[in-house]
Design a protein around this ligand. Structure first.
Ligand code: HEC
Length: 174
């Protein structure tokens, strides 16, 4: 089958060359093609494959390199637009805007992410700050529960924590 396809393709290109006539080649200054065209069949992946994480995940384990690697990709995809590619947060993040919304705080050690235990960070990320705080509090921090599964949320948090210096990791309440 493959042989047949190659053959008919080279036949087709030979016909095209013939149809152009010898003058076509002279005019363009290009030598006439003599080699059969090579046909490459490559599968196009529909999406980038994410790093594999083995075993059940039930926490933001910074020592799990697979989890941290997955989290870095997801962080850049889902969080970096607001919290910054370097976890630096938005400018003047302590000052509410004219509509009363807080900008996104940094997730590095200069912010207050590390003031919260893992379980709280998980809840905030999963359901969003409005639902987490309640009482009609308004916030631009949406919940990611419908876009990220629990393992993926733990992965993002593991990545964030992996960027903290050891003393900040130790200072985080458990
Ligand atoms: C559309 C912008 C936006 C995106 C995207 C976003 N956040 Fe936020 N995030 C915020 C804002 C704004 C706040 C502050 C909310 C407030 O306190 O009112 C916040 C706060 C937080 C907090 C609380 C931090 C603290 O110190 O209190 C956590 C945790 C958090 N975000 C995690 C994430 C994670 C993880 C992602 C990606 C999965 C993410 N955010 C994506 C805007 C965003």
């Amino acid at each position: 089958m493959i042989r047949g396809t190659l053959l008919s393709l080279s036949l087709a290109s030979a016909l095209v060359i013939l149809a152009c006539g010898p003058s076509g080649g002279e005019e363009s200054g290009q030598p006439l093609q003599s080699e059969a065209p090579t046909v490459e069949v490559t599968a196009t992946p529909t999406e980038v494959s994410l790093p594999q994480v083995d075993g059940p995940v039930d926490g933001a384990d910074v020592s799990n390199t697979q989890l941290v690697a997955l989290g870095e990709i997801l962080y850049q995809q889902y969080c970096a637009s607001c919290h910054g590619a370097e976890l630096e947060g938005q400018a003047n993040w302590k000052i509410r805007d004219e509509n009363g919304f807080l900008p996104a705080p940094p997730h590095d050690e200069t912010g207050h992410t590390w003031h919260h235990p893992d379980e709280q960070l998980f809840e905030i990320t999963k359901i969003g700050t409005e639902a987490y705080v309640g009482s009609g509090y308004r916030s631009n921090m949406i919940g990611f529960g419908d876009q990220l599964d629990d393992t993926e949320i733990w992965a993002v948090l593991a990545y964030i924590k992996s960027q903290w210096p050891a003393r900040t990791q130790r200072a985080q309440p458990k």
